[in-house]
Write a protein that binds this ligand. Structure first.
Ligand SMILES: C[S@@+](CC[C@H](N)C(=O)[O-])C[C@H]1O[C@@H](n2cnc3c(N)ncnc32)[C@H](O)[C@@H]1O
Length: 284
């Protein structure tokens, strides 16, 4: 991404959450009351027009992955395994306009939240939040980083992260923009930082290897992101995911494929972009 420009894709996915939140209660996958406030004037106009030049299935993937991750956090908070220590910290990597710290504020009492992001995106988020009156008080630390050039462990530890404490890591909408080495290094670092019982939920992309026209169009959509200066770099076949994760310190507990996300969250028949996957894993 460009060094001085807040992430455009962070606004896009925020727009998708804002759009989903406008759906009637009972038919929406999630409700993110903060999302609209992070949109630019253009984004708000698009919100009122109800369109974004992107295939609806991508929109559905983005809101379903967010809900899948919300549910994973809810599970860790509400149903901890008997042999696991209580959750001590939450880390949101590439936080963008994620509002979980505020949406889960009541249930995160006593749990420190670290939001880690590129300085340009983090600065825009903080300046918008500073103008709002309705944001709950949370124990949150904003940690700036460039994942491509800076050390995540150093940045987190200098911000007060407790190495070895049970941690819930979110890594949403980021891995696909990094080189493979950076993805592996990040997974290994998280496994070293998090204590026993730590959780990780992340998503990843796979370039569909089907010869159909629609699969070809979806492969082209990855190239389109290059125009936003956020090209897709990392891709992984879902069959390789458990082994890849295990080698890098994480045991996969669940994979949200498009079919699984549709089954869980979209009884109304909406379809999920089939090249996106979301994973819940435990420290191995
Ligand atoms: C698609 S957005 C996802 C934001 C958020 N996780 C969500 O799902 O709403 C990608 C995020 O990764 C961050 N990001 C991308 N490349 C980065 C880098 N090299 N270093 C730090 N953050 C980066 C962007 O600032 C942005 O917030």
């Amino acid at each position: 991404m460009n060094a001085d420009t807040p992430s455009r894709t962070a606004q896009w996915v925020c727009w998708m959450r804002a759009t989903e939140s406008l759906r009637p209660e009972g038919s929406r996958v999630l409700d993110d009351p903060y999302a609209r406030g992070f949109l630019s004037v253009f984004g708000r106009t698009q919100l009122s027009l109800g369109n974004l030049p992107i295939h609806p299935s991508v929109n559905h993937f983005v809101v379903c992955r967010h809900r899948f991750m919300d549910d994973a956090l809810g599970q860790a908070l509400d149903h901890p395994a008997a042999d696991e220590p209580p959750l001590a910290q939450v880390v949101v990597l590439g936080a963008g306009y994620d509002s979980r710290a505020y949406r889960f504020a009541d249930r995160l009492a006593g749990i420190k939240v670290f939001e880690v992001d590129h300085p340009a995106t983090a600065a825009r988020k903080r300046s918008i939040l500073a103008k709002r009156q309705d944001v709950p008080t949370v124990d949150i630390e904003y940690v700036t980083i460039d994942f491509q050039t800076q050390q995540l462990d150093e940045r987190l530890l200098s911000a007060g992260f407790q190495k070895g404490a049970r941690t819930f890591f979110f890594w949403e909408g980021v891995s696909m923009y990094l080189r493979r080495d950076a993805v592996k290094a990040t997974l290994q670092t998280l496994a070293e930082l998090g204590g026993p019982g730590s959780d990780l939920t992340m998503d990843y992309w796979f370039y569909l290897d089907h010869p159909s026209v629609s699969a070809t169009a979806m492969r082209l959509s990855a190239g389109f992101l290059h125009l936003l200066a956020e090209p897709i770099l990392f891709s992984m076949h879902p069959e390789d995911c458990p082994d890849f994760m295990r080698k890098n310190g994480w045991a996969v507990a669940a994979i949200g494929t498009a079919k699984e996300l549709e089954r869980r969250y979209l009884p109304d028949g909406r379809r999920v972009y089939p090249a996106g996957y979301v994973v819940a894993a435990k420290k191995a």
